[in-house]
Design a protein around this ligand. Structure first.
Ligand code: ZN
Length: 57
């Protein structure tokens, strides 16, 4: 296990971060990974996904 594909940007990363665990009715669940860049945005929750950073002059 040397890496995973980010669920957000779709790029492979060598340092995947588990952000979600999807349970399946039949069979084992699937862990969703994200790259370190996308992980903070995903782990903060879906409500914060639409937040935009404050404008900088
Ligand atoms: Zn990513």
């Amino acid at each position: 296990m040397s890496g995973a594909v980010c669920c957000r940007c779709g790029r492979p990363t060598l340092a995947p971060v588990a952000v979600r665990y999807v349970e399946r009715a039949s069979g084992p669940g699937v862990t969703v990974y994200a790259c370190p860049d996308c992980a903070p945005r995903l782990t903060l929750g879906p409500s914060s996904a639409g937040l935009t950073p404050p404008p900088r002059g």
